[in-house]
Design a protein around this ligand. Structure first.
Ligand code: PMP
Length: 411
């Protein structure tokens, strides 16, 4: 078997995905008009598939802060902080982040993906055990693999299963790191953090929470689900990203452990890559201030999320979780999801197509992520489009039959 043989199945799979007309994984956005409006194939489309939860990508102050940093400090840092030094506000950003999150220290990475790789692989190693929620994001899995630790998956959102597995490991001498997320990116469900904290304490383990989708979304200060659940002090490490609520790019970890300040000397995805650019530092610093100073953005986000959730529920669609800024419609199979996604785009609404193997339990989903910047009218237009596309016929299965696609699932 040649090195490249594994690619041979891909053209067939890609062809199947293209049957609906557009390529859902290769969409060109011709123009971005605002946080919620784009132009695709020359047509105005409502963006309902970004993770721009607070709509800050077009905030004038964030743009101005980025512009000033770009003009003052240039386009890039051209190297890692270990080699080229900490400058251009890296330290100020970490101080601001630690303050905003109510922690003693913060470390910034070039992306959320790298933050997970870097922190997990530095914390755990051979001889340690990482217990990971089965639905965790790919980069958490990759960080676990990179660490060399023993990986134990437990049932999604099940403190009971976690407890049982820790019980089985009792006395094996390994350090235990539990990893969960706050708001899960595919179904939009949240972790029972209080119960996970109880299990962590019972077994004297460490708890690590990825708040990528919950930063800016939950809690009085927008710190995330741990804040909302009142367990911030019981979480050992919180990881997040700048690429969602903060409208930029980059990742971070915060902690109250004093040893955490040495992370920068052992975390390879921090040490061996270029640091984030001055413009990014400028916009993120301003976005952090906005999260703290404008709780009304969070309120609007939640009222939009509830409006969409209620509208889709009233239309009779099968939703994966209670209302949150991530609202996924469960489709019967991949084919109907592809057709539904194409029809929604034709109706002027962009959502995310999520199909196996990228989804939990091999579900096929049409995933929307809502922004504080959406207007009520836009939310209502999204509901109308979903209803027209998926409820024109009593079952979405009919959608795939109309399009001439054969369902992969048994009839
Ligand atoms: N963690 C989670 C839970 C995510 O969903 C993602 C990306 N969607 C990441 C980390 C990676 O973040 P980034 O895109 O900033 O690299």
């Amino acid at each position: 078997m040649s090195l490249l043989d594994k690619f041979s199945a891909l053209p067939e799979r890609h062809k199947a995905i293209l049957q609906g007309g557009h390529d859902p994984f290769n969409v060109t956005i011709d123009q971005v008009k605002s946080a919620t409006e784009v132009v695709i194939n020359g047509r105005d489309v409502i963006m309902a598939g970004s993770n721009n939860y607070l709509g800050l990508t077009y905030d004038p102050d964030c743009i101005e802060a980025g512009r000033q940093a770009l003009a003052s400090y240039g386009t890039g840092t051209t190297g890692s902080r270990i080699a080229n030094g900490t400058y251009y506000g890296h330290q100020a950003l970490e101080d601001n982040l630690a303050k905003m999150m109510g922690c003693t220290s913060a470390l910034v990475y070039p992306s959320g993906y790298q933050a997970n790789l870097g922190v997990i692989a530095a914390l755990a190693g051979r001889g340690d055990t990482i217990l990971i929620d089965a639905d965790c994001h790919a980069c958490i899995y990759d960080g676990c693999l990179m660490s060399g630790a023993t990986i134990v998956r437990f049932r999604h959102n099940s403190p009971e299963d976690l407890d049982r597995r820790l019980q089985q490991l009792e006395g094996d001498g390994s350090n235990k790191l539990i990893i969960v997320e706050g708001l899960y990116s595919m179904f939009g469900d949240t972790a029972p953090l209080k119960e996970f904290v109880d299990v962590k304490q019972k077994h004297k383990a460490f708890l690590y929470v990825d708040e990528a989708h919950s930063l800016g979304v939950f809690g009085d200060h927008g710190r995330g689900l741990a804040e909302q659940e009142g367990v911030s002090q019981d979480v050992d490490f919180i990881v997040g990203t700048f690429s969602k609520s903060l409208g930029s790019i980059g990742g971070f970890c915060v902690s109250n452990h004093t040893e955490f300040s040495y992370m920068k000397f052992i975390s390879r995805p921090y040490m061996f890559t270029a640091s984030i650019s001055p413009a990014t530092i400028g916009t993120v610093n301003m976005a952090i201030d906005k999260v703290g100073q404008h709780p009304e953005l969070r309120e609007k986000l939640w009222s939009n999320a509830r409006r969409l959730h209620e509208g889709l529920q009233t239309a009779g669609l099968k939703l994966c979780a209670p209302a949150s800024p991530i609202i996924s419609v469960e489709m019967p199979d991949q084919e109907s999801a592809i057709i539904g996604w194409n029809r929604l785009l034709d109706e002027g609404v962009y959502v995310n197509l999520a199909i196996p193997p990228g989804t939990p339990n091999s579900k096929s989903l049409l995933r929307s992520s809502i922004s504080a910047a959406h207007t009520d009218t836009q939310i209502d237009q999204i509901v109308v489009a979903y209803t027209k596309v998926l409820k024109a016929d009593p079952s979405s299965q009919t959608v795939s039959q109309q399009a001439g696609l054969v369902s992969a699932a048994p009839e």
